[in-house]
Design a protein around this ligand. Structure first.
Ligand SMILES: [Zn+2]
Length: 399
C-alpha cells in the first residue's frame, strides 16, 4: 500500500509535471524545442512511485531531469524527502546529480553541497560530511548551519579540541554565546586527561571551562574528583562544600563522595551541620537528599536519616501499605519497620531511571551531561522521588 511519503513524492512529481507544462505553455517562446503540454516523462515517474517502484522512479528521474532554475527547488525537495524517509543513498544520488551540472550557479552549488553533507551525516559518513561542512563554513550562506553540524560531528567523534574551535567560530559568526556548551567541551577534555592521570592538563582544562558565563558546576565537580584522585582532600572538600552551599541538583552526584571523605576524615559532625543548614535554608533539598541517600544507601548521619524518615512519612503511595501514623512515633518495632522500608525503597529505586532530560524526557540510570536524544547540554535532572508507578508497571509487565 502506498505510504504517506509515497504520496508526498508523488505530489512532487505532479509539481514537476505542472512546472514542465507551465514551461511549455508560458515559457520562452523563442525556444524551438519547448516541452509539450504535461510532460509524459513526469507521469511515467509518478506511475512508478504510485506502484512503489522507487528505484525505477529514481533512475527515470535522474535520466530525464534537466536541472534549471525553474525546477531545481523541486529536485532539492525530492532529495530531502528521500533523506527524511531514511533512503539516504537515493538522496545522495539526487544531490550528486545536481552538483554534476556544469551550469550551476554558485549559490545553488552551495545548497547542493550542504544537502549532500547532510546526507553523508545521516548515512554516518562523518569524514565526508565534515569535509563538506568545513568547506561551507569558510564562506557561504550555510556558514552558521555548517558550524552547528560540525559541532555535532565533533561531539559524536569526541574530538573536543575541534568542537571548541567550531564553537568559538559559531559564537563569532552567529552572534550568540555558546559558553555553556564550550565549557562542557573543556570538561570532557579535563575528564579524559584525568583518566590518563595527567592531572596538570586536567586542571588547566577545568580552568578554561570556568571562564565563560553561564558557568557550569560540572567544572567544580570535575575539579573535586581530580583533587580526590590526587589525595588532596581539603581542596576536594571545599569544592564539594561549594556544591552543597549552592543547593544544586548536583548534590545527587556529590553527596556519596562527600560522605566518604567526611567519614574517612572523622568529620561527620561537620557534614551533619552543613546538610542541616542547607535543608533549613531550602526545604526542597530535603527530598533530594533523602532520595540520593536511599539510592546510594547512605546513612548514620542524623540530618540525612531525618530527611529519609520525612520522605517515607510523606510518600502517599506508601500509606496504602504501611500505617504511617504509627510509624511516625518511631518507637521500638516501628524503628525496625522504617529500616526495612528504607532498604526496600533502595532496591526499588535501583530499578527505575534516576535522571530525566528536562527538554525531551529521555531518562537514564546515571547522569549524562549531554542528552543522547536531543543533544542538549546539562538538561538532565535527578528524580526526587522513587517512581512507584514505573516500578509497579514494570513488575506487572514482567510477570
Ligand atoms: Zn533530551
Amino acid at each position: 500500500m502506498p505510504t504517506e511519503s509515497t504520496f508526498l513524492l508523488a505530489g512532487l512529481f505532479i509539481l514537476l509535471a505542472i512546472a514542465g507544462w507551465a514551461l511549455g505553455r508560458f515559457g520562452d517562446r523563442d525556444e524551438p524545442e519547448a516541452p509539450p503540454p504535461l510532460n509524459i516523462d513526469y507521469l511515467k515517474g509518478l506511475n512508478f512511485l504510485l506502484n512503489e517502484q522507487t528505484d525505477q522512479a529514481l533512475e527515470h528521474f535522474l535520466k530525464m531531469v534537466r536541472v534549471d532554475d525553474k525546477t531545481i527547488e523541486t529536485h532539492f525537495a525530492l532529495g530531502s524527502l528521500f533523506r527524511r524517509r531514511g533512503e539516504v543513498d537515493r538522496a545522495i544520488r539526487i544531490h550528486q546529480n545536481i552538483i554534476a551540472r556544469p551550469d550551476l550557479a554558485a549559490d545553488q552549488r552551495d545548497q547542493a553541497l550542504y544537502s549532500l553533507a547532510r546526507d553523508y551525516q545521516a548515512a554516518g559518513l562523518l569524514d565526508r560530511a565534515e569535509n563538506l561542512f568545513a568547506r561551507l563554513a569558510e564562506g557561504s550562506r550555510y556558514q552558521v548551519q555548517s558550524l552547528e553540524h560540525l559541532c555535532r560531528i565533533y561531539e559524536q567523534e569526541k574530538d573536543w579540541e575541534k568542537a571548541i574551535d567550531a564553537g568559538h567560530q559559531l559564537e563569532q559568526i552567529g552572534g550568540r554565546s555558546l559558553a555553556l556548551q564550550i565549557a562542557h567541551y573543556y570538561c570532557e577534555l579535563a575528564e579524559a586527561a584525568a583518566a590518563d592521570n595527567d592531572y596538570a592538563a586536567a586542571r588547566s582544562f577545568v580552568k578554561k571551562a570556568q571562564t565563560g558565563r553561564p558557568r557550569t558546576l560540572r567544572g567544580a565537580l570535575t575539579r573535586a574528583h581530580i583533587a580526590r584522585a590526587m589525595n588532596d582532600t581539603s581542596t576536594a572538600l571545599s569544592l564539594y562544600n561549594r556544591i552543597i552551599n549552592e543547593h544544586t541538583y548536583l548534590i545527587a552526584e556529590a553527596l556519596p563522595e562527600i560522605v566518604a571523605i567526611y567519614s574517612s576524615e572523622g568529620k561527620l559532625d561537620e557534614l551533619d551541620k552543613a546538610i542541616r543548614a542547607m535543608i533549613e535554608d531550602d526545604e526542597t533539598m530535603s527530598t533530594l537528599v533523602a532520595y540520593t541517600s536511599i539510592i546510594n544507601d547512605l546513612g548514620g548521619i542524623p540530618a540525612i536519616d531525618e530527611a529519609v524518615e520525612q520522605y517515607v512519612l510523606n510518600e502517599p503511595t506508601l500509606s496504602e501499605f504501611v500505617d504511617l501514623e504509627r510509624l511516625a512515633t518511631g518507637l521500638g518495632a516501628e524503628q525496625g519497620t522504617m529500616e526495612k522500608i528504607r532498604r526496600a525503597l533502595s532496591k526499588l529505586a535501583a530499578s527505575t531511571p534516576r535522571y530525566q532530560c528536562q527538554e525531551c524526557g529521555f531518562s537514564s540510570q546515571r547522569l549524562l551531561w549531554q542528552c543522547p536524544s536531543c543533544r542538549s547540554w546539562e538538561t538532565q535532572r535527578p528524580a526526587r522521588r522513587v517512581q512507584f508507578d514505573t516500578v509497579l508497571q514494570h513488575s506487572i509487565t514482567s510477570r
